[in-house]
Write a protein that binds this ligand. Structure first.
Ligand SMILES: [Fe+2]
Length: 181
């Protein structure tokens, strides 16, 4: 198999109805910082407002876009209610470095009265705490001010060189194996 020429999925950009509101939300909930913000048409070929945000030292992990010419409507919150329209995305996810951080973030979501639409849940068909879903991680899902679904998670499985899953404790789950190496 050819060697992958990309190393990882990195930033994600979402369209938002109100850039100020979203900047404040992501600052408060995820401790993001604003790196740069630019108006629409500041660059001739960029017709949208952009706010580059970061959680670490990389210029941006997350980008807010806003089209001042667009009439925004309310995004359907739940996928089962999203019955017509162009293909979009389901959710994006932020990883916590450990379970302790994840629990603190879950508490923060509650303190902020965010709409927790799923979880907390252990995604696992193998862990006795699991709900039968996939990925070997612990997660919850909350809505941002535009009803974009944010997943926060910790402890996702890694894949050993022979395809066997390894959980966050470093244990190989011999019954779990990827279909493509
Ligand atoms: Fe996910």
């Amino acid at each position: 198999m050819a060697e992958a020429l990309v190393s990882r999925l990195q930033h994600f950009s979402v369209d938002v109805a109100d850039v100020d509101r979203s900047i404040e939300f992501y600052r408060e909930f995820l401790d993001m910082k604003l790196t740069e913000r630019h108006a629409a048409h500041e660059c001739p070929n960029i017709p949208v407002e952009l706010a580059f945000m970061r959680v670490g030292d990389v210029h941006h992990d997350f980008v807010l876009t806003h089209n001042p010419e667009k009439t925004y409507t309310k995004k359907t919150g739940l996928p089962q209610d999203d019955l017509e329209g162009p293909p979009s995305f389901h959710h994006f996810a932020f990883e916590c470095p450990d379970r302790e951080s994840w629990l603190k973030l879950l508490q923060r979501a509650k303190d902020m009265n965010l709409n927790i639409v799923r979880g907390p849940v252990v995604h696992s068909p193998f862990d006795p705490r699991g709900d039968g879903s996939w990925g070997e991680n612990e997660a919850c899902y909350v809505m941002d001010p535009d009803n974009h679904r944010i997943e926060i998670f910790c402890d996702m499985a890694t894949i050993d060189s022979d395809g066997v899953y390894v959980n966050a404790k470093g244990e190989r789950l011999e019954e779990a194996r990827v279909t493509e190496l």
